[in-house]
Write a protein of this length. Structure first.
Length: 255
């Protein structure tokens, strides 16, 4: 029998969906979509329904598994099947709390430090990090560089870069991440610049366009988000911050 999502999911205050038995935690790189993945477990065809909400998703495990302990081989087999499915790249932890806590723990494990340069997120990345007790071991600080002048003076974004590409661009995001890393002496710098709305968008750069930059001494990258302009300002900022944490985790795994 097909499992209906309205019988499984409920939403908390942050619109993060939980399930009756969820083990695998992940994040949404862009807007929410439903993903159906069929997998055979012990000869039984089971339907796994995934929802990618604002901050994370959980995996729906069939109800008959609810009485099984978390380390049961059957449960572990299901988790492995989901990890090897097309959504595997979005999974950041197993049986975890939230992505910011996982990020702080990963930084501690590798002995790395982090700093942030924020524009459209307005300090939300730093806020979510400092919500985690013990983050002072790995978080050096950061800045909210909302105006172009602040980007130039505080973290060294080039005036020519801003003039040529604009504040909401891959080039600016990369320079923000690099600049704050150099300014603080941290191992990893991450940045966010975009248009959270509801106004400010253009046909070329609509509301919901966000660039997340990341910089280490050996590696730099940038991710472009194209979130729906119909989403709320809060949604866009939260999704952007979550993607920033995901990029930090991926860099940590590279180190």
């Amino acid at each position: 029998m097909e499992m209906q999502p309205n019988k499984i999911f409920y939403a908390d205050a942050n619109s993060t969906l939980r399930v009756t038995y969820g083990k695998v935690r992940g994040y949404s790189p862009n807007d929410g979509v439903y993903f159906r993945h069929y997998t055979t477990l012990n000869g039984i065809m089971e339907k796994v329904l995934l929802e990618f909400p604002m901050q994370s998703f959980d995996v729906v495990i069939p109800k008959w598994m609810q009485s099984l302990p978390a380390d049961n081989p059957v449960v572990l087999e299901m988790i492995e099947k989901v990890k090897n499915s097309p959504v595997g790249e979005y999974i950041y932890a197993i049986d975890a709390e939230n992505i910011e806590k996982i990020t702080v723990e990963a930084l501690k494990d590798r002995g790395l430090t982090l700093c942030v340069a924020e524009s459209c997120t307005g300090g939300l990345i730093a806020k979510r990090i400092t919500d985690i007790a013990g983050c002072s071991d790995v978080f050096l600080g950061g800045c909210v560089t909302y105006a172009n002048e602040a980007k130039e003076k505080l973290i060294g974004v080039g005036h020519e870069t801003l003039e040529k590409y604009g504040a909401v661009s891959e080039q600016t995001a990369r320079e923000m991440a690099r600049g704050v890393r150099l300014a603080t002496g941290s191992d990893i710098g991450v940045s966010a610049t975009g248009i959270a709305g509801p106004t400010g968008g253009t046909p070329e750069t609509p509301v919901g366009t966000v660039f997340i930059g990341i910089s280490t001494k050996d590696f730099e990258d940038c991710r472009r988000l194209s979130l729906s302009p119909m989403r709320s300002r809060e949604y866009i900022r939260l999704a952007s911050a979550t993607n920033a944490f995901d990029m930090v985790l991926k860099v940590i795994k590279r180190s």
